[in-house]
Write a protein that binds this ligand. Structure first.
Ligand SMILES: [Zn+2]
Length: 165
């Protein structure tokens, strides 16, 4: 354990809730990195970093989620549990549901009302993201297109705002 991960994460979240900090995702990724946790590489595209406070067993359990879209288009979320004085608990797959039952079902849930984009490659690979993710992605790719995670060809970030029901 490097430093005190819980205290560091709490300091970040307190600053965010106080409005003193906005771009916290990279700070959280850096905190995970200092503790030897790196985002998946080949296995999926990191979509979103989430933060939540578990209701049980008490309010001092903080949960970070790294949401990925896998190459087959499905979604998955790796979660990391922070508790005072403890090392970060990595929860891949459904382990989070056993540790914190209130997180049941969050692991593979797609984002609500995803926006579907398609790459310009011959296979028109599908890429789904939420409106919030799209805004973030546009900031990340100001030229208006991102590389397809499957074939590397461009995915225009504008058209095809059709919803999947
Ligand atoms: Zn593609």
């Amino acid at each position: 354990m490097v430093g005190n991960p819980y205290e560091e994460l709490k300091a970040i979240s307190d600053a965010v809730y106080a409005g003193e900090r906005t771009a916290w995702g990279q700070d959280v990724l850096a905190l995970l990195g200092r503790n030897g946790i790196r985002p998946r590489g080949d296995d999926g595209t990191l979509h979103k970093v989430t933060f939540s406070v578990a209701k049980e067993p008490d309010m001092d359990t903080l949960v970070v989620g790294l949401r990925y879209q896998k190459r087959d288009g499905s979604f998955t979320e790796d979660t990391f549990v922070f508790q005072p004085g403890k090392e970060i608990v990595k929860c891949y797959g459904t382990k989070i549901e056993r540790l914190l039952p209130e997180y049941k079902g969050t692991h593979k849930a797609p984002p609500t009302n995803p926006i579907v984009l398609h790459c310009l490659g011959p296979d028109n690979h599908k890429y789904e993201l939420t409106a919030g993710d799209l805004a973030d992605t546009k900031r990340k790719y100001p030229q208006g297109q991102m590389p397809c995670p499957v074939c590397g060809r461009p995915i225009p970030l504008q058209p095809l705002l059709r919803k999947v029901e």
